[in-house]
Design a protein around this ligand. Structure first.
Ligand code: ARG
Length: 374
C-alpha cells in the first residue's frame, strides 16, 4: 500500500494566517472587496541607487550627479515602525468591514543575490503588494519587473498563492526577464529609460475594468510587456488598452483611478483632453483637486510625488479609503456620492505607496467578463 503525504495547505505560510475563501476572483478596481493583501513595512530598504534598474525605477528624474548623493540601504527605524502602525490601522478597518486580510510572510530583504548577468546588493520591500502581482479574474499573474532588486519580492506571497492555487485559481508568471544592462537605455537627456529588448512591466502599470485593462507604457512598463500581456489575455476576450504619453514614470495609479462604472478620477497635471484613453471618454471625469502636501520628509528623495494622495482604494463602488489630509478630494468624492474612510500613511511618499499600492485585492464581488464600455 502506498501512502501519499499531503502537505498542509500553504504550510510555509504560517498557521495563524487566515484561510482563503476560494480562488482569486478580482476583475476590476471598485466592486465590493472581500479579500485583500495588505503590505508590510518591516525590512523595507532602498536598493543600491547606482544599479541602473534602481536609478530607472526610483530616481529617473535625477541626473547621475544628483544620483550620486542618494544613499541606499536601511530606512530609518521610526519610518518603518510608524508605517507598520498605519498599516495595522488599515488592516483593522478593513476587517471591520468584513474583508479578509492577508499579509505577506516575512522576507529578509537585506540578502544579496545574483544571476549570470548581474548582482543585486539587496531586495527592496513587501510594502507594495500591488506592484508585482496582477490579478485578472481567476488568474494570478506574476509580472516581469524591470527592477533587479525586486526579483524575489514575491517570495513573501508564495505561500498565499499556493493556497489560492489549491483553491482553484490559475497562477502564471511572465517570462523571467534577464534584465541585462542592454535593457536600460540612456536618453539624449542623459537620463535612464526602459528599452524594448524583452517584455518588462509591473502590475501597477495596469488598471482592470472587467473585460478592459489599461496598460501604461512608461519607465516601468514597455511596449513588449503590453504585447506579452495581450498574448495571454486577448484569447480570453480581454482588451488591453495602451495608455501612452500620459505619465513617463512609475505606475498608473496616481494618474487614473477608476471609482465606479462610469466615474473616473484623473490627475490634471498628467491627463488632458487629448491623451485621455479613448475608452474612458464616455465616463464622467472627476479632475483631482490640488493635493495637500503633508507627511514626512524622512528621506531627501521620496519615492513618489504628492499625487500619491489620489492613490485610493475602493472597497465598494460607493466607498473609498483616501488619505485623510486630502480634504478637497474627499469633498469632491462625497459630492459624487462616494463615501470616504479617511486613513493615513505618514510615510507613504517616502516609501512610494498609497492605499492602492499597499494593497492587492484578490477577491471582489463582480464576476470577470463584464463589459463596462458596451
Ligand atoms: N509614481 C507615482 C507618482 O509619483 C506613484 C505610483 C505609486 N504606485 C504604486 N503602485 N507603487 O505619482
Amino acid at each position: 500500500m502506498t501512502t501519499t503525504t499531503v502537505q498542509p495547505v500553504g504550510a510555509d505560510y504560517g498557521t495563524d494566517a487566515p484561510a482563503v475563501g476560494g480562488p482569486v476572483s478580482s476583475a476590476d478596481e471598485f466592486s465590493t472587496l472581500r479579500e485583500v493583501v495588505v503590505g508590510r513595512a518591516s525590512g523595507a530598504r532602498i536598493p543600491n541607487p547606482q544599479d541602473i534598474s534602481t536609478w530607472l525605477a526610483l530616481y529617473s528624474h535625477l541626473d547621475s550627479k544628483q544620483l550620486a548623493g542618494i544613499e541606499g540601504g536601511e530606512l530609518p527605524a521610526y519610518v518603518l515602525e510608524e508605517t507598520e502602525e498605519d498599516l495595522e490601522v488599515l488592516v483593522e478597518s478593513l476587517r471591520g468591514l468584513g474583508v479578509v486580510v492577508h499579509r505577506p510572510a516575512d522576507v529578509d530583504h537585506a540578502r544579496p543575490f545574483s544571476t549570470p548577468h548581474w548582482e543585486s546588493t539587496s531586495g527592496m520591500y513587501s510594502y507594495c503588494p500591488r506592484d508585482l502581482t496582477l490579478i485578472v479574474g481567476d488568474t494570478i499573474i506574476e509580472t516581469p519587473s524591470s527592477v533587479r532588486a525586486r526579483y524575489h519580492e514575491l517570495d513573501g506571497l508564495r505561500g498565499l498563492f499556493h493556497r489560492y492555487l489549491r483553491a482553484g485559481s490559475r497562477w502564471v508568471s511572465a517570462p523571467k526577464p534577464q534584465l541585462r544592462d542592454e535593457l536600460y537605455e540612456i536618453g539624449a537627456d542623459k537620463l535612464p529609460a526602459l528599452g524594448e529588448l524583452e517584455p518588462a512591466f509591473e502590475a501597477a502599470n495596469v488598471l482592470r475594468c472587467g473585460l478592459d485593462l489599461f496598460y501604461q507604457v512608461s519607465s516601468s512598463g514597455n511596449e513588449f510587456g503590453r504585447i506579452w500581456l495581450e498574448s495571454l489575455l486577448a484569447p480570453r476576450g480581454y482588451r488591453v488598452h495602451p495608455v501612452r504619453d500620459v505619465y513617463p514614470f512609475t505606475h498608473l495609479d496616481s494618474t487614473i483611478s477608476l471609482i465606479r462604472p462610469g466615474l473616473v478620477l484623473l490627475n490634471p497635471e498628467r491627463v488632458t483632453e487629448d491623451n485621455i484613453p479613448d475608452a474612458l471618454r464616455r465616463w464622467d471625469r472627476l479632475w483631482c483637486p490640488p493635493m495637500r502636501q503633508v507627511g514626512s520628509h524622512a528621506t531627501a528623495q521620496p519615492l513618489s510625488s504628492p499625487w500619491l494622495g489620489m492613490n485610493l482604494l475602493m472597497v465598494a463602488p460607493d466607498l473609498a479609503i483616501v488619505d485623510a489630509a486630502q480634504h478637497e478630494l474627499i469633498a469632491a468624492l462625497e459630492r459624487h456620492g462616494v463615501g470616504v474612510l479617511p486613513h493615513t500613511l505618514r510615510h507613504g511618499q517616502v516609501l512610494g505607496g498609497g492605499f492602492h499600492c499597499v494593497t492587492l485585492d484578490t477577491v471582489r464581488d463582480a464576476p470577470a467578463g463584464i463589459d463596462y464600455f458596451a
